[in-house]
Ligand binder design. Structure first.
Ligand code: GLU
Length: 448
């Protein structure tokens, strides 16, 4: 039915025209739209109700000034964002990213991805994202606190446990969530724990939330390998990044008996043949907030490659856990040539479209971030459940729930891909499964 493809193409062109220059947003939309043809052919109601057109337009976009004073007393100005993309399935839900590269288009790409990701978790979550072009690198605790307080002084009026529930992303971890929650509590005169997730378990947070994105991405990799009669035991793995997602991906890989030989940060790559020593990475990144190059001071037998490309290191399982577009077609070719059999994305949209295509053509088991890294936001939903019932679950119980959720996401993507004629294609499975859940809710609500 070529008119469906022409219709999808028209919608995509409209998106690019109405959102000029927002290349990452265009990329995220294109990647989803080009997989939806089979769903539209099977369910003509989606076209009739203009569901795709509605999903591509955020419900609301907030941009605000964030003034704060640095340690020298100098006034600094940043730009804050919060985009509520879809509340069809629940309150807007998604993280905040603090990074100098953040533009409105970045937040829109992340918010768009989040809508589908949250839908395939099966939890009652809408999709949104926020952030600021603030660079936490090299800032003191006091500077980060003053920035977070100023950011929340505007954001607080837009969020709430039933409206919009932010969490962390790049540059926003436990420390930032603490400062943000403190300011929200102070301004609103409410101890509303469900307004933010990723809180410390010492004051309303959920155990396993910190670990959940990385753990979940490994559970997904394990499920993909299981579907092919294999597992992670003894596999050589490379994990890009060394932030929250990468650290806990490495931890779970090691618990599964895999050998993690490399990780990285934006300056360079650490290669440790006998296996990355996670205690050192945790100390450097979670406590001292230092660069990964310092790893070799503690482990002289490891190698640090300044400016290196982590995907040159041979591995059987690759986990991009750093940032968007970090793995291009050339890197994918190298990975395939070196015998890579599975890729599980811990980051959001880390593999460029040419890389995804190459992996799929080579028969590599490829898990898109939308599915593979959904364990983070799914555990946020578990945190919201605990907050609503004023309860606190054990680590073991919460991890078992996470594992079960990842199993369901895997099986749902697998079955959906098969149903729509592309067996083994987790990209198609994730996009169609997520889309259908949001689309059915949108239709049920009428034109709103
Ligand atoms: N930033 C995370 C993500 O990309 C988590 C969002 C959340 O927990 O709300 O999914």
């Amino acid at each position: 039915m070529p008119e469906i493809d022409a219709r999808i193409q028209r919608i995509y062109e409209q998106v690019t025209q109405r959102n000029p220059g927002e290349l990452e947003f265009h990329q995220a939309v294109k990647e989803v739209l080009e997989t939806l043809g089979p769903a539209l052919r099977k369910h003509p109601e989606y076209a009739e109700h203009k569901v795709i057109e509605r999903i591509c337009e955020p419900e609301r976009q907030i941009i605000f000034r964030v003034p704060w004073q640095d340690d020298k007393g100098e006034v600094q100005i940043n730009r804050g964002f919060r985009v509520g993309f879809s509340s069809a399935l629940g309150p807007y839900k998604g993280g905040l990213r603090f990074h100098p590269s953040v533009l409105l288009g970045t937040v829109k790409f992340l918010g768009f991805e989040q809508v589908f990701k949250n839908a395939i978790t099966g939890m009652p979550l809408g999709g949104g994202k926020g952030g600021a072009d603030f660079d936490p690198k090299g800032k003191s605790d006091g500077e980060v606190m003053r920035f977070c307080q100023s950011y929340m002084t505007e954001l607080y009026r837009h969020i709430g446990e039933l409206t919009d529930v932010p969490a962390g992303d790049i540059g926003v971890g436990g420390r930032e969530i603490g400062y943000l929650f403190g300011q929200y509590k102070r301004i609103t005169n409410r101890y509303e724990t469900g307004v933010l997730t990723g809180k410390s378990p010492k004051w309303g947070g959920a155990l396993v939330r910190r670990e959940s994105t990385g753990y979940g991405a490994v559970f997904f990799a394990e499920e993909m390998l299981k579907a092919r009669g294999s597992d992670l035991v003894g596999k050589t793995c490379v994990v890009s990044g060394s932030g929250n997602v990468a650290i806990y991906a490495m931890e779970k890989l090691q618990q599964f008996g895999a050998r993690v030989v490399a990780c990285s940060d934006s300056n360079g790559v650490v290669y440790h043949e006998k296996g990355i020593q996670l205690d050192t990475v945790k100390r450097l990144k979670e406590v001292e907030r230092k660069r990964i190059r310092e790893y070799v001071n503690a482990h002289p037998d490891a190698k640090y490659i300044e400016g290196g490309n982590i995907w040159d290191i041979p591995c059987q399982v690759a986990m991009p856990c750093a940032t968007q577009n970090e793995l291009d077609e050339g890197a994918a070719r190298t990975l395939v040539k070196n015998g890579c059999i599975a890729v599980s994305e811990g980051a959001n949209m880390p593999t460029m479209p040419g890389g995804v295509k190459l992996f799929q053509e080579a028969g590599v088991a490829f898990a898109p971030g939308k599915a593979a890294n959904a364990g983070g936001v799914a555990t946020s939903a578990l945190e919201m459940q605990q907050n609503a019932s004023r309860d606190a679950w054990t680590f073991e119980h919460t991890e078992e729930r996470l594992r079960e959720i990842m199993r369901c996401i895997h099986d749902n993507c697998y079955a959906t891909a098969e149903e729509y004629g592309s067996p083994g294609n987790y990209v198609i499975g994730a996009n169609i499964a997520g889309f259908r859940r949001v689309a059915d809710a949108i239709i049920a609500f009428g034109v709103i």
